[in-house]
Structure formats: C-alpha cells, structure tokens
Design a protein around this ligand. Sequence first.
Ligand code: FDA
Length: 306
Amino acid sequence: MDRTELYRKVLLSVAGNKLVEKLSLKYGRKLASKFIAGDTLAEALNEIEVLNSKGIMVTLDHLGEGIKALSEASGYKEEYLRLVDGIAERNVLSNVSLKPTQMGLALDPEACYSNIREVVGRAKKHGNFVRIDMEDSPFTQATIDIVLRLHGEGLTNVGTVIQAYLRRTEEDVRKLIDAGVNLRLVKGAYKEPGTVAFQQMSEVIANYQKIIRMHLDRGVYTAIASHDDRIIQWVKEYARANGIGKDAFEFQMLYGLRMNEQERLAKEGYRIRCYMPYGTMWYPYYTRRLAEKPANLWMVLKNMFK
Ligand code: FDA
C-alpha cells in the first residue's frame, strides 16, 4: 500500500470513531463550510448562479446518506423534488446528484427504487438529468440494477458513477455503455478491501485511463471527475491527439476544491461541472474530502487558528 492510500485509510478509520464524529458535529460546521454551499436550497441556488456566471455548470446534491429509517428517505425524496423544481424555476445550469442509501437502499431496495424513480420522473418533465452517486461496494450491483431498470422503463435521463479502483469496473463499463447509460468516472472514495479494489494508486490510475479511453474512443459522452492534473492533462492531450472535440466529455470537480482551475477550464472552452452539496448532514461527505488529500486537512487546520 503506498503512502497516499495509507493516509486515506487511517483518516477514514479515525473519522469513523464515534467520539471524533460527536466532537466534529459539535465544533466542525464552520470548518466544513468551504466544501458546502449552504444549509438550504435557496442558498445553493444563489451559489449556482454565481458559478454559472463563470461558465461552470453544476450538479446539485442534498447531503445525506446511510439513513436509519425509511421515513427519512421520504423526507429526502421530497427535498429532491423541491430541488428539481427549484432548478427549473430559476433556470440555472444544473443537474442533480443523489445517494442511493439516502433513498433507502440499505433498508429496502424496492422503496429506494420507487423514491429514485419519482425524482427521475420529475426531472424528466423538466428535461433534466439525475446522477446516482456510487457508494461503497456492497451497493455497487444494486445501484447499477436500479439504473438499468429505470432505463428499461424509458427513464433514460438517469446515470451513475463508476469507480476506477474496483476490480469489476471494466466489465461494468462495457455493459453500461452498451445499455446507453451516461457515466461519471471517478477513482473511488471509500475504504475497500484488496479482494474488491486495487490498493496501489498506479493501478487505479491505469484502470481510470482505460475506462476513459473506452468512452472517448467510441465517441460516448462521459464525465471525468478528478482534481488530479495527471488525469486532466492526459485527457486533454489524448483528446487533442485523437481529434476528439471538447464537447465530447466534461470535467467535474467538487465545490470548494480547485475553483481557480474550474474557471480556467471553462475559459479554455472545456465543459466543466461543479458538484455542489448543501444541507446539514455534512459529516460523512466532509471526512471523505479530508481523506482524499492531506492538503485538505492542513487547509482546515490552518483555518482553525485564523
Ligand atoms: P486525488 O485526491 O487522488 O489527488 C491526486 C492529485 O491531484 C494530487 O496529488 C494533486 O496533485 C491533485 N489534487 C487533488 N486535489 C487537489 C486540490 N484540491 N488542489 C490542487 N491539486 C489537487 N467517489 C465515489 O466513490 N463515488 C462518487 O459518486 C463520487 N463522486 C464524485 C464526484 C465528483 C464531481 C468528484 C470530483 C469526485 C467524486 N468522487 C466520488 C470522489 C473520487 O472518487 C475521488 O475520491 C476524489 O475525486 C479524489 O481523487 P482525485 O482524482 O480528485 O485526486
């Protein structure tokens, strides 16, 4: 295991400690604010307008995951319906991202499917698109199954996310491309065992480049979601060398990270979309961000003493 992977695993383990979570929830909201657009939908919609004015598209996420009761899923679904309507009313450039465990996947897969179906159906009426984020590996197949089922019913305005660190990924990409499913491609953010996921970053990057090529070579639109210059430069050069247009793919980055780079990509004529979370359930999302990069943790620690 290389140093980056070791850091990521240690931080995710510490974050999972109940005492650390309790203290963070009590004192950490202000520190998390760099990564979160606000507590409310109204605040998030205002922030989308700011990013749109800089040429940056958005995918809007209402924070929440791993719910304990199905009634919570209904509440989240209602918020997503408001969110989808809000995007349409304000006429901003934003689609939608949601987490399957927020819609009840761990409790009742059929209820989760119905909740997501309602949101995707509402988005379709507005001509919008819903991305189902990918969570940890126990949910991979169930998430893919929901997306394929919705496509089978004619709801093709839904896609999902594929994680380059999973060993199963190449096969999944092949099947999902054939089924016409739009994919966001990422490295993967969860703690996974060696049996299911590559543990060396070099292996993850090689697999990442392979699944990006599987899209670009076939002219299949995809979203490349990474802050990694090695990946971004490689995509730009690969596209240039193979006569692939800037409109054949989009880059995606997270809100609060590399915002200058997001603006630069927009100015260079690339399609760039910012993943913007809002809401009060910020802790798990925030700790994954800290785990991704020691610099994110230093940035937060520095702010503590300002
Ligand atoms: P990584 O953290 O591997 O860093 C590699 C290098 O990139 C660094 O060494 C540095 O050079 C550069 N870099 C990174 N961050 C930087 C910064 N802030 N400033 C300057 N340089 C920086 N995961 C998942 O499992 N399921 C999902 O659904 C999603 N969804 C998702 C959406 C979007 C829009 C993004 C951007 C990411 C996700 N992810 C995700 C997270 C993803 O799997 C991954 O954990 C993170 O993107 C971190 O990997 P990166 O490739 O971004 O850089």
